[in-house]
Design a protein around this ligand. Structure first.
Ligand code: C2E
Ligand code: MG
Ligand code: MG
Length: 771
């Protein structure tokens, strides 16, 4: 390190080697003021030249030319100048210059003045100094360049990591790895501040030959809180420690630094927008590394890590938000179940990954009687019920099945056959095995859903209708499968167990139903409906006291669509309201017409609960009935099942109509589940004993007992009992015997057009005479 050590201020060393002792003395004399006299043309033990200038004459140069050239080659790019001194005749000096001139940098002909000699020597020494300085600069620049280069390579590789990393750990691991892989850094680690009683920088990622070091140290605030890592965290400034062993703040870990060959380090703060601050520390095994250029590049690397962390954390936050939005979009807040959207998406996914050799069943569940509870007890109770139902559904299905709320009181379950379960393969391999499994699940669901529910302290019973569709048998898409199951569910309402598997017939029936809806609208507009009247007669005498108006829908081809077929559709679609008003209007007008002819018949009109539920039911009905009518001669029939479940509004409407003088009959009595207390509270005039009991009169069924019980109930509560569906005289007699006074049935007549009824008014039982 001679050149660097001596610097520009050191005395140049000159070799002066001339044959002529006079010349040598002269040169020594000139030099002695400033320059050191060197001995030989050689390199010293450091590999540095032992001289800065050689002054030689032709014979000495010829002798030492090899040594000079060796030294010059080794010293490159520094220049070791040589001055050739020539004496004598012009001819001999010219020859010497020709032979040796190429080896030297200058030639001085003697005799020459001392000034001339001094000037030449100074010039050559300047050349040496200049070349030495250039070399020092070059070495410095080269080292800086190399540092910056490796930092740049690390930066570039780091950027590749940034764009690819999918989580923070991966990002930090990879960054540390590329810092090491790209260049000869000894160790790189990244850590973040963890708060606590004694805050600590915990190292999350490390790479490098010396990574064992990080396992040996703990960067607690108390132990090494003023070390470069903590200082970088605290100040946000980059810290460079060119000589770690000389750094007082790292003394606690000095031994370990030595053991792992860590000589210099750079600590770069990492300050992501959210979360704890951290630091990236890179070590070199060489003292004095990390110059300004390298630092700048590494700073950018740290900045990029911040950027990467921010991006990941923002991404994470965005993902969290997306998840929240997804939850909102895909779940039903009331029950916590997924909603239909979610189910459709999952089902479509399932079907697309499922070959047609795999089976999927969709079960569409509609709660029976839920609307009744909801109307009677209010929405809060209704919501509680739905929550309880959702819980039951979850309990019944397997974890791999899906359950979703379709809306209202409808739920959908997807039962997928797991691909590799032996148990299920066995089921599926049997013919119809999967279908049977789906039906078994439906039966379990139906059983569970029909167990009593406790709502607001009272016990309620719901039921469920369940339709099933199968993939791949019935459809191949999610929406189509759900539609099929929905169709089957409608059909299920009319089956005994309320479970139904989809089929083409059902589909056809459903289509009929849908087209029925359209036809009903048209029929109402075109006044296609007719009212027929069934006589209500005194059971003992046969005298016709009144009639029940029954709706009829004649078709162009001469057939009739029975009310049992179209009334439920009218109820479902809401068409029942205008239809019911039309019935009332027509029946009242008919009664008025008969009255005008002198026949004062009691007119019974069936009213649907769905109609009574309308907010403006009373006004609508009163408008339809008109003022000119005696309400005490109009009996409004409401079926027992719907009336008892109908809730307060219907009760209030019936009450209001009764207060206005209208009579009220409970139709099909005995088929519903009337509570006696409820019956007692209601403004009832007539209980109509359902025809199913009358049909059993005289047989071994329980009809007779029930019929008698209804009779007694009516007697006790002060209601009139009216027997429906009397077809035989035997039934009539038995009814008379049990104390029933009025009835209707084919025994006298079915429902007939109004003009036919007039002819019946003279009707009397012959048996009366005998009675
Ligand atoms: P409902 O009110 O119980 O009417 C009695 C039903 O029994 C009528 O059937 C009648 O034709 C039938 N029937 C009468 N006598 C006998 C008999 O001796 N034996 C048998 N087996 N059946 C007999 P229909 O006309 O088919 O009506 C069915 C149901 O449709 C009615 O039952 C009623 O609930 C409803 N309905 C009919 N017309 C109307 C209406 O204008 N408005 C409303 N809301 N419902 C109506
Ligand atoms: Mg009726
Ligand atoms: Mg009836």
């Amino acid at each position: 390190m001679a050149a660097t050590d001596r610097g520009g201020a050191a005395r140049p060393r000159v070799v002066a080697n001339l044959q002529s002792s006079g010349n040598t003395a002269l040169i020594r004399e000139i030099l002695k003021e400033r320059d050191a006299i060197a001995g030989e043309l050689r390199m010293d033990e450091d590999g540095e030249p032992a001289f800065d200038l050689a002054i030689l004459d032709a014979p000495t140069l010829a002798r030492s030319r090899d040594a000079l050239q060796r030294c010059r080659a080794e010293a490159e790019p520094r220049i070791l100048p040589a001055l050739l001194v020539v004496e004598g005749s012009a001819g001999s000096s010219r020859r010497a210059v020709r032979e040796l001139g190429a080896t030297v940098d200058d030639v001085l002909r003697i005799p020459a003045t001392r000034e001339e000699l001094r000037a030449r020597i100074d010039n050559l020494l300047r050349l040496n100094t200049l070349s030495r300085e250039l070399h020092a600069d070059y070495t410095r620049a080269d080292r800086a360049l190399q540092g910056a280069n490796r930092a740049l390579r690390a930066l570039h590789a780091g950027n590749q990591v940034l764009v690819r990393a999918i989580d923070e750990q991966e990002l930090l691991d990879q960054i540390c790895r590329v810092i090491i892989d790209e260049e000869r850094y000894q160790l790189a680690w990244a850590g973040f501040v963890r708060d606590g009683d004694d805050p600590e920088i915990t190292i999350d990622a490390a790479a490098g030959d010396s990574r064992g070091y990080v396992e040996q140290i703990r960067l607690t605030r108390s132990e090494i809180g003023d070390g470069p890592a903590w200082r970088a965290v605290d100040t946000g400034e980059v810290m460079v420690v060119k000589d770690l062993l000389a750094e007082p703040t790292v003394q606690p870990v000095r031994d370990k630094l030595v053991a792992y060959g860590l000589a210099s380090a750079i600590t770069l703060p990492i300050r992501p927008r959210s979360g704890a601050p951290g630091v990236l520390v890179i070590y070199s095994s060489v003292c004095g590394d990390f110059d300004d250029n390298e630092c700048d590049v590494l700073k950018r690397l740290a900045g990029n890590i911040e950027f990467g962390l921010n991006a990941l954390r923002t991404g994470l936050e965005r993902d969290r938000q997306k998840e929240a939005v997804r939850e909102l979009a895909y779940s039903d807040p009331l029950t916590g179940l997924p909603n239909r959207n979610y189910l459709v998406e999952r089902l479509d996914g399932l079907l697309s990954e499922t070959g047609s050799d795999r089976h999927v069943a969709v079960l569409f569940i509609d709660l029976d009687r839920f609307k009744i509870i909801n109307d009677a007890l209010g929405h809060v109770a209704g919501d509680t019920v739905l929550g309880q139902i959702a819980q039951r559904l979850r309990q019944v299905i397997r974890p791999e099945d899906l359950v979703a709320r379709q809306g209202g009181d409808e739920f959908i379950i997807v039962m997928a056959e797991p691909p590799r379960s032996t148990e299920w393969r066995a089921v599926a391999e049997e013919p119809g095995g999967f279908s049977a499994a789906a039906q078994a699940l439906a039966a379990r669901l139906a059983a569970r859903l029909s167990e009593p529910l406790i709502v607001e302290g009272a016990e309620h019973r719901l039921g469920a209708s369940i339709g099933i569709s199968l993939y791949p048998d019935h459809a191949s898409g999610a929406n189509e499968l759900i539609d099929c199951a929905d169709t089957a569910m409608y059909a299920a309402k009319n089956t005994d167990d309320h479970v139904c598997m989809y089929s083409q017939t059902i589909s056809a029936r459903r289509h009929r139903r849908l087209s029925m809806e359209a036809r009903l609208y048209r029929a109402l507009g075109a006044e296609e409906f007719r009212l027929h009247y069934q006589p209500v007669f005194d059971l003992a005498s046969g005298v016709i006291e009144g009639v029940e108006a029954l709706i009829r829908w004649p078709q162009r081809d001469g057939t009739w669509v029975s009310p049992g077929e179209f009334m439920p559709v009218a109820e479902e679609t809401g068409l029942i309201v205008p239809l019911g008003e039309w019935v009332l209007r027509t029946a009242v007008a008919q009664r008025a017409a008969w009255l005008a002819e002198g026949n004062d018949l009691m007119m019974a009109v069936n009213v649907s609960v769905r109609h009574l539920k309308q907010e403006d039911a009373i006004e609508g009905m009163l408008t339809a009935i008109g003022d000119a009518v005696d309400p005490t001669r109009i009996e409004l029939e409401v079926t027992e099942s719907s009336l008892m479940d109908a809730g307060d509004r219907v009760g209030a409407t019936v009450e209001a109509l009764h207060t206005r003088g209208f009579r009220v009959a409970v139709d099909d009595f005995g088929t519903g589940y009337s509570s006696l207390s409820r019956l007692q509270e209601m403004p009832i005039n007539t209980l109509k004993i359902d025809k199913s009991f009358v049909a059993e009169l005289g047989g071994d069924g329980r009809g007779a007992v029930i019929s008698r019980a209804i009779q007694q109930l009516a007697d006790n509560l002060g209601f009139r009992a009216l027997a429906e569906g009397i077809e035989t005289d035997h039934q009539r007699r038995l009814l008379v015997d049990q104390g029933c006074r009025v009835g209707q049935g084919f025994l006298v007549s079915g429902a007939v057009p109004p003009e036919e009824l007039i002819g019946m008014l003279g009707h009397r039982f012959e048996s009366r005479q005998g009675a």
